[in-house]
Write a protein that binds this ligand. Structure first.
Ligand SMILES: [Zn+2]
Length: 144
């Protein structure tokens, strides 16, 4: 495999290809992050997403120059862009994208608590992304 063919295929591993694996409300901030990372390194590679304490975590692959030298410039610039997106996720509703705050929710299955960032409207009921339809507005709060 030549390095040229790697450059042509690596974009499948970038943010837009996997943005639907996190809350739909974070789509805009992920678009912005992709734009910033792509401007720094058009062939950057996403390692994955995670959530921690309700906020988004973004992991990208390290980069190396032709001599195998670690690309510190990329690491610094990517870390700054990712930190901005992760900070934005902690105040952006993961469901609809409106301003939100951290909420505590029981898990549907298994032990432990789920922490999630939601706006006031989305935070009224259990977290079910598919039930939030922006065209119809939000559900009424659950009784009790
Ligand atoms: Zn919301």
């Amino acid at each position: 495999m030549t390095s040229d063919s790697i450059a042509d295929t690596i974009r499948d591993g970038q943010i837009p290809a996997r943005a639907d694996s996190v809350g739909p409300g974070w789509g805009a901030l992920l678009d912005e992050l992709h734009r910033r990372l792509h401007a720094i390194a058009p062939t950057y590679q996403l390692d994955g997403f995670d959530t921690q304490f309700g906020g988004l975590r973004v992991f990208v692959a390290d980069r190396f120059d032709a001599d195998g030298e670690f690309d510190g410039y990329w690491a610094d610039a990517a870390a700054e862009a990712i930190a901005a997106a992760e900070a934005a996720s902690r105040r952006t509703c993961a469901s609809c994208g409106e301003p939100g705050r951290l909420r505590f929710r029981g898990r549907d299955r298994g032990p432990g608590l789920l922490l999630v960032v939601l706006c006031d409207a989305c935070g009224l009921g259990p977290l079910r992304h598919e039930e939030v339809d922006p065209a119809r507005g939000h559900r009424s709060p659950l009784p009790g």
